[in-house]
Design a binder for this molecule. Sequence first.
Ligand code: AMP
Ligand code: ZN
Length: 114
Amino acid sequence: MSVSDCVFCKIASGQIPARLVFEDEEFVAFHDLKPQAPVHVLLIPKAHFSTLLEVQDAGLLGRALLAVSETARRLNVAEEGFRTVINCGDNGGQTVYHLHFHILGGRFLQWPPG
Ligand code: AMP
Ligand code: ZN
């Protein structure tokens, strides 16, 4: 699949709509279409990386985690706790091949995942 067909690139560029909760020059966060918890938001870099394995830039990854923290605060789940997840590849359960951080909260989350 080419970058021009990537659904998250289209959200990042505003070509398809999403319910945004955070945006800066480098990242955008929006509500998941099929939420798995009362709060389920995805944070993505605007630049296209298919999976975590493609990213070589430690600074970008660090800033992404800071943006996750900021988004969790804005969503009011920072204090009670939340989970951030990166599914990587087929066995990791990745279905959209544009790097994204899930932010899940608003209920107690079981561990380990299935
Ligand atoms: P993953 O399985 O980790 O690749 O997660 C992909 C996530 O993207 C799933 O939770 C989907 O519900 C979500 N998703 C797919 N398309 C959209 C979309 N257009 N807007 C918001 N979330 C989406
Ligand atoms: Zn993309």
